[in-house]
Design a protein around this ligand. Sequence first.
Ligand code: MRU
Length: 335
Amino acid sequence: MVETIQWTEAGVVMIDQTRLPREQVFVTCRSYQEVAEAIRSMVIRGAPAIGVAAAMGVALGVQEGVDLETVCATLAETRPTAVNLFWAIDRMRRLRASLNGLTHSELVDRIIAEAQRIREEDIGICRAIGKNGAPLVPDHKTVLTHCNAGALATAGYGTALGVIRAAAESGKHIDVFADETRPFLQGSRLTAWELQQDGIPTTIITDNMAGHFLRSGRIGCVVVGADRIAANGDVANKIGTYSVAVLAKENGVPFYVAAPVSTFDLSLPSGDAIPIEQRSAAEVTHVFGVPIAPENIAVANPAFDVTPARYVSAIICERGVAGPPYEESLKNMLR
Ligand code: MRU
């Protein structure tokens, strides 16, 4: 499986997700500013992977001897929706605050070790999500997914794709429909690429085909990831997720969300309070630099939407499977 992000002597090495699947190019970030730019430009993306990158960015900043609050503020400004970014920054900040009386080099060692630990833990968390979610996936059916919640969106294995991988590894006969996921094409470029390498039969559909197939009886369940989950179970995920969830409910297809508990934000009562990132018009008007719309046309490009909890059949995390009412079940997962 592809290495999404690694700490090395030379810096933080990431596979450049803007160039997949055409080219497999690795970039090395040597400063916390370079990590911030990699997150902003989506060289690395996906909520848990952004968290790992932020932790490693903090480690680079501490190694460089830069003021911790400057480093944390720079990284926190990159993308607003995935709460894992802020979770990871907070974890690094808390560790730094607990370390007193160390030499600079001892401090740097501890901070780097913590960033690496966050990466390693994430792989184990994804495996646990997969194990918890696999029994929910019906045998001999198609699983529909949206965006990329795979190895590339995490430190490895994936959340939604972790559930799909674990179901396939348990011997279930499944195939996958991957929504293309306009405008950034995480579904066709990344999910399809990952699953093809695993030998899991995968079909790309454009986003507007999801309703057609959900109505056909072929789809056994939908599994997606999440960028932030509010206390009432409302889920922010890639733009287009909400439409899929409504269509799933209309057609009696279970809609599952797979995410680590670091994606829960119980400080927010509902999804209305989740900040939604607005990205550039060029992502909509251009495909790999080629214009596909008239010049100077108005464009809206919200990168995420919120799926109300009533459309979510269950939330699969590393500690188990939470069902409605989510006010209770999500709190119980964090106990
Ligand atoms: O804009 P992106 O590509 O960072 O958005 C990614 C998603 O919406 C994923 O579904 C989510 O982060 C979960 S990844 C395990």
